[in-house]
Design a binder for this molecule. Structure first.
Ligand code: ARG
Length: 448
């Protein structure tokens, strides 16, 4: 029974929040005259001592005492005697654990938001450096059109901005205090829930006692946001794996972020990127696990809900680590601009530019221009040559009105530079956007 029932092995992580919430509770009990000020002072001193003991690593957590709440309360009794028993007046472990867990998740969200911003900053800085670095842009992982590497980096900055706003939103909705809901029905004591809510930094108390002790939406929302953020990290990780492979050769990770093979001396394995990619699996799994725990639970609290903590701890730890590793890798990436540019010249990346030229210069309908370009690409494939390497005569054999001028737009760098439409890949756009992000992140003090 003890082995299945006890949660102390993992919920001891909530110690700081548990004591914080208990202190707020006892201060309220004294303010409302439910316990005497003298008793409240004694309890508060005892709680502070326990805090110091845990901080110093001197506290003995025991499984026989089931969870963090009972471990703390038991120690309080050892320290101050029977008056310790007054702390649990007008509350239950059900509202207590909901409160502790919300406080914990709220703190974690703040750390994750900062981690997301730090990664945004690293990417925006790289984007500014590589604003004019031309690379092939892909769709279906097939060469599509030339883009700039800075533009590619800024795509991730946008994704991470949405992640930040999802976490921010979750923290806002989380911020109602369950404390005072007691076991499920509220209490007959004249408590002041506004007072404890305010003391703990909540916006207000929750409105319904049943909902207060049975709600884990805040954990689910946070895990959902984490799963989406982890998916973004996984995509970037996958790109780093591709870029640093000898087949692409677009970038290189230093020894700090790669590992060698014990048998193949030439290898530089992007282990950190691969692990970030893999962690998205366990983070998404955590969301699914808690969703399945909650589904079908009748109101109000059920012990099933004790299984809420491990997925949250594990997933948020993994996300924080992934964010740090990714920020490190982005800062560490050594970009091979030459290799990127060369690749951008292969795969007929400027075929769309040719079609656009036919439209703009010869007033050809786009569909016809697309067809003509297709025939030119087929000819280039047959001759195993880039578009740029075809002669004017060869081009004119397909479309007689083509002139020498066409060669100017077959260059990948020019192609990227021409895409100045709002949100487009042109270096001028990238510089402007990267600077805007850097300024914004610095202003919010989120650049580290
Ligand atoms: N350890 C429990 C949890 O994490 C605390 C709440 C227990 N409440 C109860 N009525 N058994 O959910």
């Amino acid at each position: 029974m003890e082995e299945i029932n006890a949660s102390i092995d993992f919920d001891k992580r909530l110690w700081r929040h548990d004591i914080e919430a208990s202190k707020a509770h006892v201060a309220m009990l004294a303010a409302t005259g439910i316990v005497s000020s003298a008793d409240a002072d004694e309890i508060t001193k005892g709680l502070d001592q326990i805090l110091a003991e845990i901080e110093a690593g001197d506290f003995k957590f025991t499984r026989a005492l089931e969870d963090i709440h009972l471990n703390v309360e038991h120690r309080l009794k050892e320290l101050i005697g029977p008056v310790a028993g007054k702390l649990h007046t007008a509350r239950s472990r059900n509202d207590q654990v909901a409160t502790d867990f919300k406080l914990y998740v709220r703190d974690e969200i703040a750390v994750i938001e900062a981690g997301l911003a730090a990664l945004q900053f690293a990417l925006a800085k790289l984007a500014l450096e590589e604003a004019a670095t031309v690379m092939p842009g892909f769709t279906h992982l097939q060469t599509a059109q030339p883009i700039t590497f800075g533009h590619h980096c800024l795509a991730y900055v946008e994704m991470l901005a949405r992640d930040r706003s999802r976490f921010h939103d979750a923290a806002k909705r989380l911020n109602e205090s369950p404390l005072g809901a007691a076991a499920l029905a509220g209490t007959s004591f004249p408590i002041d829930r506004n007072m404890t809510a305010k003391a703990l930094g909540f916006d207000r108390p929750t409105a319904n006692s049943l909902d207060s002790v049975s709600d884990r939406d805040f954990a689910l929302e946070t895990l959902a946001a984490a799963a989406i953020a982890a998916m973004h990290l996984s995509r970037l990780a996958e790109e780093i794996v591709l870029w640093t492979s000898p087949q692409f050769g677009f970038a290189r990770l230093s020894d700090a972020f790669s590992t060698g093979s014990s048998i193949m001396p030439q290898k530089r394995n992007p282990d950190a990127a691969e692990l970030v990619r893999a962690k998205s699996g366990r983070i998404a799994g955590a969301f699914q696990a808690l969703l399945m725990v909650m589904k079908g639970l009748p109101l109000a609290y059920a012990k099933d809900m004790q299984e809420d903590k491990e997925p949250v701890f594990d997933a948020l730890d993994a996300l924080k680590l992934g964010l740090a590793a990714m920020a490190g890798m982005v800062g560490d990436l050594d970009i091979d601009a030459k290799a990127m540019k060369k690749a951008a010249g292969r795969g007929y990346a400027t075929a769309t530019d040719l079609a656009d030229w036919l439209v703009q210069t010869l007033d050809m309908p786009f569909r016809e221009a697309h067809h003509v370009t297709g025939r030119i690409v087929a000819m280039a494939e047959e001759k195993n040559a880039d578009l740029k390497k075809l002669t004017l005569a060869e081009l004119q054999a397909v479309e007689p009105r083509i002139t020498q001028d066409v060669f100017s737009i077959l260059d990948p760098a020019r192609s990227a530079k021409s895409r100045k439409s709002q949100g487009g890949t042109a270096p001028a756009n990238v510089r402007r956007e990267a600077r805007r992000w850097i300024k914004r992140l610095e202003k919010d003090g989120l650049s580290r």
